[in-house]
Design a protein around this ligand. Structure first.
Ligand SMILES: [Zn+2]
Length: 165
């Protein structure tokens, strides 16, 4: 982001509230780019003694596996968003059971990940348009290339039953 979305003036780094932020240089505009994290969902779906993972078709991490999920859309409820992403990527209609945890990955990855637990209700597991493949994996069958540190951690916790599922 280089220019102000309101008045198109140049944005400049300024100390606001003790942090460097991009702020508008326009004389009457007070726009500050707060750069708040975007919420994303990631859903754990226990199935056939394992967990459902999706093989990524698009960057980042093409070809790696991760939990089904994605960015929330405008006006969506978080659970609705989680179920929509699961359906789009796996063909499964799920019933969201509960929110397991919420985490920010840090290191400049500006998202808030909401991890949900869900039960498959209907549908056949088929990869959606933005997935190369989808499958339910038992612990011994887990792909080595699971991307996103927090996804990998949640999958590990799931199999160790470290979280009350
Ligand atoms: Zn402005």
């Amino acid at each position: 982001m280089n220019s102000c979305p309101f008045c198109a003036s140049t944005l400049q780094v300024a100390d606001i509230g003790g942090k460097d932020r991009l702020a508008c240089t326009g004389s009457t505009c007070e726009f500050v780019h707060w750069d708040n994290p975007k919420p994303v969902t990631a859903t754990l779906i226990p199935m056939d003694g394992g967990i459902v993972l999706v093989k990524r078709k698009f960057p980042p991490f093409i070809g790696d596996w991760c939990l089904p999920g994605g960015f929330m859309e405008n006006s969506e409820e978080p659970e609705e968003s989680a179920a929509r992403e699961v359906f789009e990527e796996t063909g499964l209609e799920v019933q969201i059971d509960k929110l397991l945890s919420a985490h920010s990955p840090g290191r400049g990855i500006n998202v808030l990940i909401l991890f949900y637990l869900a039960k498959p209700a209907n549908g056949l597991m088929v990869p959606g348009d933005d997935a190369e493949d989808v499958g339910a994996f038992k612990y011994s069958e887990l792909p080595r290339n699971i991307c996103f540190d927090l996804h990998r951690k949640m999958v590990a916790q799931f199999f160790k039953q470290e979280v009350l599922f």
